[in-house]
Design a binder for this molecule. Structure first.
Ligand code: TXA
Ligand code: MG
Length: 362
């Protein structure tokens, strides 16, 4: 009988969650200045969620210790319940109570890359509610450098849990307009801080085991991590499809991700090979996502990945360009990267997932 009661309770909870997610709220857009930050703090202290700019992508923030608020993040995004959130802090002092032991490499990593686009996974303390980490015994922590996000955490005085502020599965948002496209009517406030400087989400490295492991590539490269940490392993699934039936170390790696409405085919090769590929495979409503020279030559409408073969500008453009292709009605997107390695790994990792792992080496 007790089991039955629990099932009914769970059903009622699911129904209420569904009802909540249907209830539209008015989404306000405010500049990410002192006034906007004060309004955000008010909402966060009441257990609400707020979209905030960071240097990587926009985040959907909630008070990390507030279970109900954190649940709202999952609801607004439609995020799978097994994909844990990053906890954002404003200084190192905020980190210590969140972990059971401070890894010996933390100071070195923080000195070099914090505040900035690096997330560090460590063994979690009991302070972090399970809803944040989806029951894992580790927590992912990041100290962002964006002045608005940094200031917001300082004004709040507590850490903020925040995933990217997109609908789950869609490309991450790099402008307030992208957030509005996905979450209008589902969250009360977006702080508008313009375009994000980096454009892809932070590098995630785990210090929870014997040897550091790269879980997600980002603006901080594997080579930069190795220069500080020595040996760094690369998790399965970072540069190739996650192995069948194996649970990835970073649960986010298991999910379809960054997908525009259009089908994406990712090609790796030089500009000339890409132009040939486009000519052989073109269909109506096909778009190219590539660099200027081959874009001009390929005979398809194209979205630019920025400066010619510059990995940093490709990081900065990739998500916005995918959204732009969708907006223009693309049915299929032929994307090109010159390499899947080194500083290209972050963009490769995202485009590979947008393409559902349909990658052609030309
Ligand atoms: O740049 C960023 O990291 C942005 C901004 C808002 O800070 N945030 C972001 O969050 O990208 P999200 O939730 O979209 O991605 C977090 C990734 C997911 O792949 C998740 O599975 C992984 O980090 N993650 C979180 N906690 C983890 C943990 N304890 N162990 C392993 N992976 C974890
Ligand atoms: Mg995300």
């Amino acid at each position: 009988m007790i089991g039955r009661g629990k099932k009914a309770e769970a059903r009622a909870r699911r129904f209420n969650d569904w009802l909540d997610s249907r209830r539209k709220c008015h989404t306000q857009l405010l500049a990410a200045d002192e006034r906007g930050i004060a309004a955000a703090e008010q909402l966060l202290s009441k257990g609400e969620v707020v979209a905030v700019p960071t240097e990587t992508v926009y985040g959907l923030a909630a008070a990390a210790f507030h279970e109900q608020a954190v649940k709202r993040i999952f609801m607004a995004k439609g995020r799978p319940a097994d994909n844990p959130l990053i906890v954002h802090v404003a200084n190192l002092k905020m980190v210590y109570p969140l972990v059971v032991e401070v890894p010996k490499q933390l100071d070195k990593l923080a000195a070099k890359f914090w505040p900035g686009p690096l997330t560090i996974v460590m063994k979690k303390s009991g302070l972090i509610p399970d809803v944040v980490t989806c029951g894992l015994d580790t927590v992912a922590i990041r100290m962002p450098s964006h002045p608005a996000m940094k200031r917001l955490i300082e004004v709040c005085g507590y850490p903020l849990a925040a995933p990217s502020a997109n609908t789950s599965g869609k490309p991450s948002p790099t402008t307030a307009a992208h957030v509005l496209d996905d979450l209008d009517g589902k969250i009360p406030l977006i702080l508008d801080g313009g375009s994000c400087a980096v454009g892809v989400e932070s590098t995630v490295v785990s210090l929870a085991g014997e040897v550091p492991v790269l879980l997600r590539p980002g603006a901080v490269t594997l080579a930069q991590l190795r220069a500080v940490l020595g040996e760094v392993k690369v998790a399965a699934g970072v540069s190739e499809p996650p192995p069948d039936g194996e649970k990835p170390l970073s649960p986010g790696m298991a999910h379809t991700h960054y997908s525009p409405k259009a089908r994406v085919i990712l090609t790796i090769g030089d500009g000339a090979a890409f132009v040939k590929f486009c000519a052989e495979n073109r269909t109506e409503d096909a778009y190219a996502l590539c660099f200027e020279p081959e874009g001009a030559a390929c005979g398809l409408p194209f979205e630019s990945l920025g400066e010619t073969e510059d990995a940093v500008s490709a990081q900065n453009r990739v998500f916005a360009a995918l959204r732009d292709c969708d907006e223009k009605g693309a049915q299929v997107i032929f994307a090109r990267l010159p390499s899947d390695d080194g500083s290209w790994l972050a963009v490769y990792n995202r485009l590979q997932r947008s393409a559902g792992f349909d990658v052609r080496h030309l």
